[in-house]
Design a binder for this molecule. Structure first.
Ligand SMILES: CC(C)(COP(=O)(O)OP(=O)(O)OC[C@H]1O[C@@H](n2cnc3c(N)ncnc32)[C@H](O)[C@@H]1OP(=O)(O)O)[C@@H](O)C(=O)NCCC(=O)NCCS
Length: 329
C-alpha cells in the first residue's frame, strides 16, 4: 500500500519481568531436559511475571519507554492498540488500563486478539489510521502474561512460552524521521481452534467445575501441526512481502520468536542467511504478541537495523493467523 501520509516509527520500548525460569528449573517441574528444550526450540530461559504483576502494568512500562524514545507526551497519544491474548480481563480492554496507567486521557483504543500475529496486525492497523490522517500518534503495545495460562504439569507447552512486553509509537514519517512503513498484510484460516487455543473461559465453554477439573483453562496445542503451518506460512509471507524488492535491500528479518528450528527452516526456504535474522528466543521463549516488538527493540539497541535497508517482521499463530509489516529503516 502506498501511504497517503507516509508513516514511521518514532519510538520503541520494552519490558520483561525480572524472574527468569531456566530449563534446569523446568527439569524439576516436568519430565523434560535442558538438552531436549534447546534442541527442539532453542530456548534456554524465559521470563515469568511476579505474583500479582498485571499484563497492563507490563504493557504500560513498555509504552512509557516507547513514548520517551519518541519524545511524545502521553497526552498527545491518539490511539492505544493493545495486542494480547492474556489481558487483565476478558473485558474491559487492556488498552484502556494501559492508557490510564501512562496518563493518556485523549486516547481511544482497543485490544487486538490475533495471538502471536497481534503486533504485526496492530502495526498495520496503526499505519492505516495515520496514513489517512485520522490519527497522528498511535501506540501499539504487544504484551503477554502467558505464565497465567500455562499448565506447568504439561511438558509439551510449558517449556515454550514466556512473559514480556514491547511497544512502538507510530506517527507521520516527517516527525518520526525513521522506520518508514512500506507494507503490511494479515491472513487467517479459521476452524483451527483445536490446533492451538485456550479452550475454556470464553462463551463456548464457560468456567465451571468441569472445565477446571479438565484443565481447560490452560493452553492446548498440537505442536506438530503448528510446526508445519508455521514454517510454510513464515516462508510464503516473507517471500510475498519481499517480492517487489531486491533481496540485498533486506537489512534485517525480525520474525515472531516462535522456535529456533522453525525460524531456521523458514529462513532456508526464503534464502535469507541467519546473520540477517534477529533471534532472542534463547532468553525469552515465545512471548506471543510481545515477541516481535521486544525483538525490534533489542535489534535496534544492538545496532542491527541498517540505515536505508528493509526491516521485515513476520508473525503467525493461533487462529490460525499470520501477517507481516515491512519498514525502511
Ligand atoms: C512442540 C515441539 C517443540 C515438539 O517437537 P517435536 O519434534 O514435534 O516433538 P513431538 O511433539 O513429535 O514429540 C516427540 C516426543 O517428545 C516428547 N516431548 C514433548 N515435550 C517434551 C518436553 N518438553 N521434554 C521432553 N520430551 C518432550 C513427546 O511426548 C514425544 O514423546 P513420544 O515420542 O514418547 O510420544 C514442536 O512441535 C514445535 O515447536 N511446534 C510448534 C509449537 C509452537 O511454536 N507453537 C506456538 C506457535 S505461535
Amino acid at each position: 500500500m502506498k501511504s497517503l501520509i507516509p508513516v514511521g516509527i518514532a519510538g520503541l520500548g520494552h519490558y520483561v519481568p525480572e524472574r527468569r525460569l531456566t530449563n534446569a528449573e523446568l527439569e524439576k517441574m516436568v519430565d523434560t531436559s535442558d538438552e531436549w528444550i534447546v534442541q527442539r526450540s532453542g530456548i534456554r530461559e524465559r521470563r515469568v511475571a511476579a505474583e500479582g504483576e498485571l499484563a497492563s502494568e507490563m504493557g504500560a512500562r513498555a509504552a512509557q519507554e516507547a513514548l520517551a524514545d519518541a519524545g511524545v507526551a502521553p497526552e498527545d497519544v491518539d490511539l492505544v492498540l493493545c495486542c494480547t491474548v492474556t489481558g487483565d480481563h476478558l473485558f474491559p480492554a487492556t488498552a484502556c488500563e494501559i492508557a490510564h496507567l501512562i496518563g493518556a486521557p485523549h486516547a481511544g483504543g482497543w485490544d487486538i486478539g490475533a495471538a502471536c500475529s497481534g503486533f504485526v496486525v496492530g502495526a498495520m492497523t496503526a499505519a492505516q489510521f495515520i496514513s489517512t490522517g485520522a490519527y497522528r500518534n498511535v501506540l501499539v503495545v504487544g504484551v503477554e502474561k502467558l505464565s497465567a495460562i500455562l499448565d506447568y504439569t504439561d511438558r509439551t507447552t510449558c517449556v515454550l512460552f514466556g512473559d514480556g512486553a514491547g511497544a512502538a509509537l507510530f506517527t507521520d514519517l516527517d516527525r518520526a524521521g525513521r522506520g518508514e512503513y512500506l507494507s503490511g498484510s494479515s491472513g487467517m484460516r479459521g476452524g483451527n481452534a483445536d490446533v492451538l487455543s485456550l479452550p475454556a473461559g470464553g462463551t463456548r465453554f464457560g468456567t465451571s467445575f468441569d472445565t477446571v477439573e479438565k484443565r481447560m483453562h490452560f493452553v492446548r496445542m498440537q505442536g506438530r501441526q503448528v510446526y508445519r503451518f508455521a514454517v510454510n506460512t513464515f516462508a510464503e509471507t516473507a517471500e510475498k512481502a519481499l517480492a517487489p524488492y531486491d533481496r540485498d535491500e533486506l537489512g534485517l528479518l525480525v520474525p515472531h520468536q516462535v522456535n529456533l528450528r522453525i525460524i531456521e527452516s523458514a529462513a532456508e526456504q526464503v534464502g535469507v542467511p541467519m546473520d540477517r535474522i534477529f533471534v532472542n528466543i534463547d532468553r525469552y521463549g515465545n512471548t506471543s504478541a510481545a515477541s516481535v516488538p521486544l525483538a525490534l527493540y533489542e535489534a535496534r539497541r544492538e545496532g542491527r537495523m541498517v540505515d536505508g535497508k528493509l526491516v521485515l517482521c513476520v508473525a503467525f499463530g493461533a487462529g490460525l493467523t499470520w501477517g507481516h509489516v515491512l519498514f525502511r529503516w
